[in-house]
Design a protein around this ligand. Structure first.
Ligand SMILES: *Cc1c(COP(=O)(O)O)cnc(C)c1O
Length: 393
């Protein structure tokens, strides 16, 4: 019944943990879900008010333009100039998306022909690999190892593979590893892309969720980047707007044109009222972003302290709302450790294997519940004392 591309998608690895989560909830268990990467805080009020107002205007009820409202694209350009020191031509270097996930998935269709290689980090947000598979391309895993601070070792990519590669996905600050990079890494990426004629697709939805003075650079802030790639960003994580579906792609105008062509045949753009609210988000006071960062920082510090106190080693991440921690020694896999935390502590975490083979010794904790609940997580994990034994044996 299904097309081969559907059956060729990798199995849904979170299915089992979802099933157990449901069962635990049914039994009346008080489950704390640190599995999802979806802000628990509401969208700031001034943005909600902007959409309510815009939704009442009939001129917003018709089809939006494919590339997005010019005013929205101008707001993106101004925001990038201010936040990331990147100059963009709002006319042809900015494209509105229905959330960045949409643009990421459609990019695979815009740039991969049957059998073309896509370089995909492992572990990674699953959409990169799955979109390549759906587009009949061939995903080629590039490992992100702890030894290399979860950055790809570009030197070690096989010459032949590099030659064949058409696109490369990257994502810093990174989901799931919470790794952050500086501009010098992006410079290496630009050189690699030049040398091997690879299109770089950099995904940057956590660009504003940074701590302790770290600022996440845009890929496009590096000389030559605009010749080789584009960057995706989104209002989802910065402004707690995951449900609204609005993001954008910026950078190389020829690459964006390909993505736009793909999109014109599949969707009809983002609801204008949502784009207008997006303008309010990007051009209004950024105090709400600061408050978000403070909130995640407080949660991060509580969880890092709690995990450390039971011997689970974890470094404080400089960005994102995730902690990526090694599974304690006596657990055989990330899945087993996740099940243990769910069954014994009622805490849901995401097994690293769900993000790729290289994630198999890690789990991801997200920080999308209140500080109070995170304290509760720490207490519960502290109570399951065999964890100590597992560790100190
Ligand atoms: C959350 C997330 C996205 C999706 O963002 P949307 O704009 O809501 O589609 C994209 N990439 C990564 C790595 C994410 O974690």
């Amino acid at each position: 019944m299904y097309a081969k591309r559907i059956s060729s998608l990798p199995p849904y690895l979170f299915a089992e943990i979802d099933e157990r989560k449901k069962r635990a909830k049914k039994r009346g268990g008080d489950i704390i879900d640190l599995g999802v990467g979806d802000p628990d805080l509401p969208t700031p009020q001034h943005i909600v008010e902007a959409v309510c107002h815009a939704a009442k205007d009939p001129s917003n009820h018709r089809y939006p333009s494919y590339e997005g409202m010019f005013a929205f694209r101008e707001a993106v350009a101004a925001w990038y100039k201010q936040r990331k020191q990147v100059s963009l031509d709002a006319e042809d270097e900015v494209l509105t998306l229905i959330g960045s996930k949409e643009g990421i998935a459609h990019s695979a269709f815009a740039f991969l022909d049957h059998g073309d290689l896509a370089l995909v980090p492992d572990p990674a947000y699953p959409v990169y690999k799955n979109a390549a598979v759906l587009a009949n391309g061939i995903p080629h895993s590039v490992p992100l190892t702890e030894e290399n601070e979860f950055k790809p070792d570009l030197e070690s990519i096989d010459r032949e593979v590099a030659r064949k590669a058409k696109i490369m996905f990257l994502n810093y600050p990174n989901n799931p590893t919470a790794a952050a990079v500086d501009k010098s890494f992006f410079k290496e990426v630009v050189d690699f892309a030049h040398d091997h004629d690879v299109i770089v697709l950099h995904d940057n939805p956590y660009s504003e969720l940074t701590f302790d003075g770290y600022e996440a650079p845009s890929f496009l802030a590096v000389d030559g980047a605009k010749d080789v790639g584009i960057e995706f960003n989104s209002l989802s994580k910065t402004y707690n707007m995951t449900g609204w579906r609005v993001g954008f792609a910026i950078g190389n105008s020829e690459i964006l044109k390909g993505l736009r062509l793909m999109k014109t045949n599949v969707d009809s753009g983002t609801f204008q009222a949502v784009q207008i609210a997006g303008i309010t988000a990007l051009t209004g006071s950024q105090e709400c972003v600061k408050r978000n960062v403070e909130t995640y920082k407080e949660r991060r510090d509580i969880l890092v302290a709690g995990l450390s106190s039971v011997g689970i080693e974890v470094k404080k991440p400089k960005a994102t709302f995730y902690l990526w921690t090694k599974v304690p020694q006596d657990f055989s896999s990330s899945l087993q450790f996740s099940m243990f935390l769910l069954e014994r502590a009622g805490v849901v975490v995401t097994p690293g294997i769900g993000f790729g083979e290289e994630g198999k010794e890690f789990v991801r904790f997200s920080l999308c519940v209140s500080a109070e609940r995170i304290n509760e997580v720490c207490e519960r994990i502290n109570l399951i004392t065999d964890l100590h034994q597992y560790n100190n044996k």
